[in-house]
Design a protein around this ligand. Structure first.
Ligand SMILES: N[C@@H](CCC(=O)N[C@@H](CS)C(=O)NCC(=O)O)C(=O)O
Length: 269
């Protein structure tokens, strides 16, 4: 994957790492800062009819929602939240305290999976979910299984958990390889990306950052997982992925800040 890697870094530099939604700059309203809003800050004023995403730039779960927003070209504005010092107004919107959260005209929705499904239903152009109930149900199974990969990623960083995490990561690779063989690829959705491609992407994007420096055995081996490798390459070509991704070094630095509890949410700004 080395050729992909260098182009990824270049891309991330070119795109400036973040999606600047057009809505932030419309109607004469000032752009909302990309920097996090912490405890004690005032809620940036809401605008009727405008969709808002409460996020954190490096959050893989919020990236799911950002991917769907980007895929569908939905205008929205972003308010990034300091997750270690959350403002009162954020707790009021999600008492569980997790990003992503979507808000529009008094409607508030949390949980990445729910936000993505709602977006796909509420903005039906560029549909991402299959109309076949069996495939839709299976996509939920694939999403459920993905939770194991997501938790294993952080396990790879902890010496006492890394061995178990590594086994789990490879079980997940093998599982998804098999699904891609059965579905034909290059995407889980077939010739085009579907919602499940975007749902499983964010932690996959972070795997090279982890395997490069900390867990080389977690690297995706093309010979062992050819379909998954092809999926990675196809995903990197998608405009929504290019629009929402960070380079491996930024992911690595951010993961270090999580481990050291310094929480560098504004990394690169
Ligand atoms: N199940 C949630 C997970 C979201 C999540 O864990 N978000 C993290 C940031 S990456 C968060 O908000 N953490 C704040 C906290 O744990 O207090 C979803 O899919 O939306």
């Amino acid at each position: 994957m080395s050729s992909t890697r260098s182009s990824v870094r270049r891309l991330a530099c070119v795109t400036g790492h973040f999606h600047q939604p057009a809505a932030s700059f419309c109607s004469g309203s000032p752009a909302i800062s990309e920097k996090v809003f912490a405890k004690g800050s005032a809620l940036p004023p809401l605008t009727p009819g405008r969709l808002r995403l409460y996020s954190m730039r490096l959050c893989p779960w919020a990236q799911r929602t950002r991917l769907v927003l980007a895929h569908k070209n939905i205008p929205y504005e972003t308010v990034n939240v300091h997750l270690a010092k959350k403002p009162k107004w954020f707790w009021e919107r999600n008492p569980v305290g997790l990003v992503p959260v979507l808000e529009r005209d008094g409607m508030v929705l949390c949980e990445s999976s729910a936000t993505c499904m709602w977006l796909d239903d509420a903005f039906p152009e560029n549909r991402l979910q299959s109309s076949d109930p069996y495939i839709r149900a299976w996509d939920r199974v694939l999403e459920e299984y993905y939770g194991r990969l997501a938790s294993s990623l952080y396990g790879l960083l902890k010496p006492d958990e890394s061995e178990t995490a590594l086994k789990q990561v490879h079980k997940c690779y093998a599982y998804y390889e098999d699904v891609l063989v059965k579905r034909g690829g290059p995407f889980f959705g077939g010739s085009k990306p579907s919602l499940i491609d975007y749902m499983v992407w964010p932690h996959m994007e972070r795997i090279p950052a982890v395997s490069e420096k900390w867990a080389p055995a977690a690297a995706l081996d093309k010979a062992r997982y050819p379909k998954l490798d092809a999926w990675y390459r196809s995903m990197y070509q998608l405009p929504a992925v290019k629009d929402t991704m960070f380079d491996h070094e930024t992911h690595r630095q951010f993961l270090i800040s999580l481990r050291e509890k310094t929480y560098n949410y504004d990394i690169g700004l």
